[in-house]
Design a binder for this molecule. Sequence first.
Ligand SMILES: NC(=O)c1ccc[n+]([C@@H]2O[C@H](COP(=O)([O-])OP(=O)(O)OC[C@H]3O[C@@H](n4cnc5c(N)ncnc54)[C@H](OP(=O)(O)O)[C@@H]3O)[C@@H](O)[C@H]2O)c1
Length: 274
Amino acid sequence: MQTREYRLGIIGAGKIGEAIATGVVGRGLVAATEIILSVRSEKHRAELEARTGMRTVCDNLEVARTSDTIVLAVKPKSVADVVTEIAAQLSQDQLLISTAAGVSLDLIESRAPKGLPIIRTMPNMAVAIGEGMTVLSPGSSVGPERLEWATSIFRALGRALVLEEQHMDAVTGLSGSGPAYVYIIIESLADGGLKLGLPRDVATELAAQTVLGAARNVLVTGEHPAKLKDQVTTPAGVTIDGILELEAGRLRVTLINAVVKAAERARQLLHHPH
Ligand SMILES: NC(=O)c1ccc[n+]([C@@H]2O[C@H](COP(=O)([O-])OP(=O)(O)OC[C@H]3O[C@@H](n4cnc5c(N)ncnc54)[C@H](OP(=O)(O)O)[C@@H]3O)[C@@H](O)[C@H]2O)c1
């Protein structure tokens, strides 16, 4: 139920905040006129408003006062200060959603008014194109209706799951940072094609669609990836030679370590921001 001027307010509408805003409008969940955005610099504000057509301000208090649901998408180190700044404007009929990596529900709750429903999330950049992966962890004041609403926002932007907060660092290292790993994989596959003489645009299309098709196959069939890999790998065929190179290059260990290291970094982010 809408009680305020805007259904959705996004504080810190940078890369992920803007992606959420354009995503929900693009999917028809919320109208552009029902969203208010805030950023820090006037230059960014003017450019963002011109580009999105959404009301954009440099005033977090206005967003807090006028929005039913507030998404906090500032950098992790700024979250505590921004929640303290807006706390006096917030009341229990609103919902606060944080997208910040490494910032606990406890920390946000300690700066917010008592009883304010708060949900910690970890989306990824693919929310901008409706293929995002978002995990949500509700705080103790969040009822089923609000959790359903928040989940529906991120489901409109891709897939969304509810998990306990203890998993958030792992989620950050996997699906939060994961798009970057996969871009490197796509770039490298395309470079392989390039080395063999394919034009760059063709090689990139082949690589990207191959990753997309394999990913979709995992999700659609629900099969174990190893079983799907076996279907592509004929005895004494071509693919096993490629796989041997991947194993020699320790691709599996490297990817596992990438997820683990990024999760460790997420855990330390607030204590060592740089
Ligand atoms: N990027 C990702 O893939 C990703 C994925 C999942 C979660 N996250 C999380 O999302 C958050 C934002 O990340 P991002 O990559 O979108 O960063 P970003 O592009 O730097 O966006 C942050 C935005 O916050 C604004 N801002 C800074 N201080 C502010 C303040 N006091 N009040 C209002 N707005 C303020 C900045 O405005 P100006 O431009 O005017 O300075 C900037 O536009 C982080 O906490 C991150 O952990 C990011």
